[in-house]
Design a protein around this ligand. Structure first.
Ligand code: ADP
Ligand code: MG
Length: 724
């Protein structure tokens, strides 16, 4: 037996059946140590019950088969496409498999190999399977003896052969695997096949698990409560399940561990900020906030009331607030932000709101001037284009503390802007603000409270993973009496009718947007596409003032176009995605989006939110370029609630896509699937928060191993990850 604590931590190179050359290939799939190998889990399982009998395959069906290769070859077609074909046979019959454009498979698939293939069954001189995926379960050479092919894998003792599922007791003619037999399928790479990986795991699994021992970072009583298996059992079962039904529970075991430690990391970051940084307790009597509530021409919605009372309570505490306020476009976040700012002001502090662009800052300024004038609070604007004397005056008032409420852009956190007594910072649209800005805000002097507002709803589960160090308030309800925006998803054949409709709306005095998507990441092409359309629309609507907005314009030009649309001098705005997030033109009633498949659901929803802001009925017309609308567009047509759409997006796209590269989300979650595991996320978060509340430093004996585990897991990642 290997000495304890060696092979898990040691290089994969020294494991049975690996060696230096193969270790290099393992490195390509991020397997460096024994532990990495142990955690290189199958990404899929095939089960005899999910395998179809070849004789029963029907054209049009999506099938998974297992069979022996009886003949194979590369056949050039007339269109010079080289197609690799292999005929495979199981106990019931045979079928041709074809891989168009992949002639090199001739080198990796041999006659006599046992092949698992899944894909659609087409009609081509009879039935033909076109595998989307395939796995060589056993090679012909295995049966001739492992030494027959130097690179084929470790020379497994014959007892191990039973691990090659259908290979044992498999007659060369090939037959269906026994029922209940499960094949784990591993992610492979060039020069390292799935089958070789499986063989290496087979050789080393017992040793690795033995090295792991009974140690489990998750306490046994939690596992019992959550009905999850201990770690060693989970890992063993995931590599070698005897039934597919066992797999999910074990995957969830790993998911829980991952979610718990991530939430513990968040909870610790949150606690550090709360305990180590002195904040401000805003506990003055509610004078201004009360006046604003009384002066509003409407009642707050239940969701606004809930968000406001969460913020109010949080601000009253002496610890610094770090809160994310999520709400759909038009859900009324601005009023809630105004209340929070007034709460700081009535306590004798200054409040600031930062918008992502000057235009939006100016829009906020107008809103606040109107809303707060009756209360005698005069907002001060500070952006890059406030210059000269006006700037000097604004800076002086900010520094003296008599600018009590300040509206601006990034300009607010630049050198030379010196708040006399900062109390609260509201950051509008967090997606445009990077990690860096958030950090700078927190570092500035004593810790002001921070409220981050986002109009791009993301599912709660995702928010907890990405921004778990923030507290979360959600406005998930629109003010009453809003007319839902009518959404239509149409094909190109409806474009003419849609333009007629657009013309009617323009003739009735309304304004409209036509949006073109990003073209292949190329601003030049994108601008050209929009320009062509712009010229057509100008010709079609000679009475309308049509303007064009795209990324090739200078920022002064863009600004001028946007202002003209805001002022109502432009009726129809033809734009690429540079169109402002959050711009508010109540007279705009039509949002037309071309080639909508190119947009994500969140983006589509943002665009739709540009209309429906006034009294008139608004419309969103979306064109799909493909023959039929995608699942995403169908969802978009049906649902207008941003949170529901975000959940749908998570379901359709999967979490990996939603995270995006820059957010490190993909790094954060390897095992958890948020749509499946949100109950575990909550369970992990509850426990993490309770532990940190009782023991912020994780220094009690019972918690020390958690701290140790955190350090191990996030030592390198913490630098990269924004919870520093
Ligand atoms: P958001 O910033 O969330 O997109 P806003 O705060 O700009 O939304 O609110 C959109 C509009 O709805 C504004 O005109 C605002 O005055 C109005 N509004 C906000 N809350 C309510 C409410 N509870 N009842 C009626 N109208 C409201
Ligand atoms: Mg807003």
């Amino acid at each position: 037996m290997t000495p304890a604590r060696s092979i898990l931590k040691g290089s994969v190179q020294y494991l049975k059946g690996v060696g230096p050359r193969r270790a290099e290939r393992f490195a390509k799939i991020d397997v460096h140590t024994g532990q990495d190998l142990l955690y290189h889990l199958p990404y899929r399982y095939e089960d005899a019950t999910t395998v179809d009998a070849i004789s029963e395959l029907k054209v049009g069906q999506d099938a998974t088969v297992i069979g022996r290769v009886v003949s194979k070859g590369v056949i050039p077609t007339r269109r010079r496409l080289r197609v690799f074909r292999a005929v495979i046979r199981d106990g019931s019959g045979h079928i041709e498999c074809a891989w168009p454009g992949r002639p090199w498979l001739d080198r990796t698939i041999d006659k006599g190999d046992l092949l698992l293939a899944s894909g659609p069954v087409r009609f081509y001189h009879g039935r033909q399977l076109q595998p989307r995926e395939h796995v060589v379960l056993a090679q012909a050479s295995d049966e001739r003896g492992a030494s027959g092919d130097g690179s084929a894998g470790p020379s497994a003792p014959s007892g191990d052969r039973s691990a090659e599922p259908a290979a044992s007791g498999e007659r060369p003619s090939g037959e269906r695997p026994a029922a209940g037999r499960v094949f784990p399928v591993y992610a492979a790479t060039e020069g390292l096949t799935h089958r070789q990986i499986r063989a290496v795991i087979e050789l080393n699994l017992a040793g690795l698990l033995c090295d792991l021992g009974d140690e489990d970072p998750i306490p046994g009583d939690w596992l019992e409560e959550l009905r999850l298996p201990p770690l060693p059992e989970a890992l063993r079962t995931l590599h070698r399940p005897s039934a597919v039904a066992q797999v999910e529970r074990c995957q969830r075991r790993l998911a829980f561990e991952e979610l718990f430690f991530l939430q513990l990391l968040h909870a610790r970051a949150r606690a550090r900020l709360r305990h180590e940084v002195r904040g401000i307790a805003f506990d003055a009597p509610a004078t201004l906030t009360r006046s604003l509530l009384n002066a509003l021409p409407f009642e707050l919605t239940a969701a606004q009331r809930r968000a406001w009372s969460e913020i109010e309570a949080d601000m009253a505490r002496p610890a610094p607030m770090n809160r994310l306020l999520q709400g759909d476009v038009g859900s009324g976040k601005t009023v809630v932000a105004a209340l929070a700012m007034l709460k700081a002001v009535e306590a004798g502090r200054q409040a600031a709101i930062m918008a992502p662009t000057e235009l939006l800052a100016e829009q906020h300024q107008r809103t606040f001037v109107e809303m707060l004038a009756p209360l005698g609070v005069e907002p001060v604007l500070l952006t890059g284009s406030v210059t000269g004397k006006a700037r000097q005056r604004a800076l002086a008032r900010i520094a003296a503390g008599d600018a009590r409420l300040v509206v601006g852009t990034h300009a607010l956190i630049q050198e030379g802007v010196d708040f006399a007594s900062p109390g609260l910072v509201v950051i509008d649209e967090q997606h445009r603000f990077g990690v860096e800005q958030r950090r700078r805000l927190r570092e500035s002097g004593e810790a002001p409270d921070a409220l981050v507002m986002s109009a791009t709803p993301i599912p709660r589960s995702l928010a907890l993973v990405l921004y778990g160090d923030l507290d979360l308030s959600i406005i998930d309800e629109l003010p009453p009496g809003r007319r839902p925006i009518r959404t239509a998803v149409r094909g190109a054949e409806s474009r003419d009718a849609a333009f007629d409709f657009l013309g009617d709306q323009l003739a009735a005095g309304r304004q409209a947007y036509v949006v073109y998507p990003l073209v292949e990441e190329s601003e030049v092409l994108e601008a050209r596409a929009a320009t062509v359309m712009f010229e057509q629309l100008e010709a079609r609507f000679p009475d309308a003032a049509v303007r064009l907005l795209h990324g090739r314009l200078s920022s002064a030009e863009k600004d001028e176009v946007m202002r003209s649309f805001l002022a109502g001098d432009t009726n129809l705005l033809v734009a690429t995605t540079v169109i402002e997030v959050g711009i508010d033109v109540p007279n705009a009633t039509v949002m037309m989006i071309e080639d909508a498949e190119r947009f994500g659901l969140a983006q589509l929803h943002q665009l739709r939110g540009r209309v429906g802001r006034g009294a008139e009925q608004s419309y969103c017309i979306v064109f799909h370029a493909s023959e039929t609308p995608s699942e995403r567009l169908v969802a978009f047509e049906k649902k207008t609630n941003g949170f529901e759409l975000a959940e749908e997006d998570l379901r359709i796209r999967g979490q990996g896509d939603l995270f995006g590269k820059e957010q490190h989300g993909a790094v954060l979650l390897k095992f958890a699937q948020l749509d499946r595991d949100h109950d575990l996320l909550d369970a992990g978060r509850r426990r993490a928060r309770a532990i940190v509340a009782a023991d912020p430093g994780l220094s009690k004996p019972a918690h020390r191993r958690f701290r140790h585990e955190l350090d191990l897991r996030y030592a390198q990642r913490e630098a990269l990850y924004h919870v520093g």
